[in-house]
Design a protein around this ligand. Structure first.
Ligand SMILES: NC(=O)c1ccc[n+]([C@@H]2O[C@H](COP(=O)([O-])OP(=O)(O)OC[C@H]3O[C@@H](n4cnc5c(N)ncnc54)[C@H](OP(=O)(O)O)[C@@H]3O)[C@@H](O)[C@H]2O)c1
Length: 270
């Protein structure tokens, strides 16, 4: 899995152009969802096909992640599966739609967009996810917006194929998922963060982040991304700016001094 993933939410008709630009800049991980309300998955697919054709780029070099979104997360006027079907059937239809939209024969990572109404429903989805892995339609499976460690570990315990990723909002209100992230590390689950910059502007303005940025001659946003990566997190960026696409990728080569890392960690209460 790449250490930084390009997110495709809220890009509307700019999706193809921006995803193609991200791929051209060197992003190899792409995150989307079968949720027309926020993601244009078909336009993501167009960008991927376009890029692979023009750059003669092999599919195996890309990490394509998409999500199954339950009915309550969908726009009632644009539901990408039969709303009257069983949960199991909806998951099957959603996966088929993603494969079609993306123009691929397999998905690298399939994520449950948010917890279902209860554990029983989570497991109904999960059993379909496992079958998709068995059929080689999907390589790995994971969850998103799971902030309750108890329901996450209940799913983990019952799962035949264990979750490989947890994609969560990274912010102060959840204590930055400290206990949940420790659990992920212990169980070999990759924690992906979203809202990494947008939910944490106070850190970008903090003297400890600014000091590190000035020493490294980079921006506070780059320092914060590096800090997050050094915590063992794989962040998503959905930047629309070519400059920021470049800046965010350059973070992979940054080295944050231990002393600066510790200073930021203390400020964030981590
Ligand atoms: N699972 C979920 O429920 C869920 C929810 C939300 C998002 N996501 C995923 O996560 C992806 C990322 O979303 P996000 O909510 O984290 O936010 P985002 O869409 O990446 O927006 C982050 C903000 O940071 C700015 N930014 C990025 N790099 C920067 C840099 N180097 N310097 C200064 N500003 C910078 C962007 O502005 P510019 O455009 O000007 O650079 C943008 O305003 C989404 O596209 C989606 O794939 C998942």
């Amino acid at each position: 899995m790449p250490r930084l993933i390009y997110g495709t939410a809220w890009k509307k008709d700019q999706t193809t152009k921006l995803v193609k630009s991200a791929l051209t800049h060197g992003y190899r991980g792409i995150d989307t969802a079968c949720q027309p309300k926020h993601y244009q998955e078909q336009l993501v697919g167009r960008a991927i096909q376009n890029y692979m054709d023009s750059a003669k780029f092999p599919r195996e070099e890309l990490f394509i992640q998409t999500k199954y979104t339950s009915l309550n997360g969908q726009d009632p006027n644009h539901i990408p599966y039969d709303k009257n079907a069983s949960i199991e059937e909806q998951v099957k239809q959603s996966i088929a739609k993603s494969l079609e939209n993306l123009g691929v024969t397999y998905i690298d990572s399939l994520v449950l967009h948010g917890p279902m109404r209860d554990h029983l429903e989570n497991m109904k989805v999960w059993r379909e996810f496992e079958k998709a892995v068995d059929k080689s339609e999907v390589k790995q499976i994971g969850v998103s917006n799971f902030y309750d460690l108890q329901s996450l570990s209940a799913l983990y315990t019952e799962a035949r194929i264990k979750p490989a990723v947890v994609q969560n909002r990274f912010y102060r209100a959840t204590g930055f998922d400290k206990a949940l992230r420790a659990w992920c590390i212990k169980n070999g689950v990759i924690y992906q963060s979203f809202w990494t910059l947008s939910a944490n502007p106070e850190y970008m303005a903090h003297p400890s982040v600014r000091k590190a940025a000035s020493e490294l001659n980079v921006t506070p946003e780059q320092v914060f991304f590096r800090f997050v990566m050094d915590l063992g997190i794989c962040p998503l960026t959905g930047t629309k700016s070519p400059q920021h696409m470049q800046d965010d990728l350059a973070v992979l080569d940054l080295k944050l001094e231990h002393e600066n890392f510790e200073a930021i960690r203390k400020v964030a209460g981590l």
